[in-house]
Design a protein around this ligand. Structure first.
Ligand code: SF4
Length: 130
């Protein structure tokens, strides 16, 4: 079930999603949100209780603090861009037990294999750049 968020919690999550991998120190988030540390701590605790962030203890700027790491991910339609089903003329008769089915569709199989090949090429290119 979707979590109900306050305006500030929503704003905090949107900011944290920009730092998906590393998260943000809580003081950095409070600064970006324009809230006091007390108010910010409450937001972080509520987001943690809702399972949306984890608060990781960290020594930074000469003192112990918390890093807020989002546990949710931004969802985009990028992975399905170019899928043949989006513009398929047989979509209305496609499905399990239908005239055509994703399990046996050659167009879908070709697209999946091609997308996977492109993914592997991008990953290899990224590794070569490191
Ligand atoms: S699985 Fe094949 S037939 Fe079915 S909608 Fe996608 S492209 Fe069309």
């Amino acid at each position: 079930m979707p979590q109900k968020l306050s305006k500030l919690e929503e704003k905090a999550i949107k900011l944290l999603l920009k730092y998906q991998d590393k998260g943000l120190l809580q003081s950095e988030l409070w600064h970006k949100l324009g809230v006091t540390s007390r108010e910010g701590s409450r937001i972080a605790i509520r987001l943690e209780k809702k399972g949306m962030v984890k608060r990781v203890k960290e020594f930074a700027k000469d003192r112990w603090t918390r890093r807020l790491v989002p546990l949710i991910r931004r969802v985009t339609i990028d992975p399905i861009k170019g899928a043949p089903c989006i513009s398929c003329e047989q979509e209305h008769v496609c499905g399990s037990g239908g005239v055509v089915s994703p399990q046996t569709c050659p167009k879908l199989e070709r697209w999946v294999l091609e997308s996977y090949r492109e993914h592997l090429e991008r990953r290899s290119a990224r590794k070569r750049r490191r």
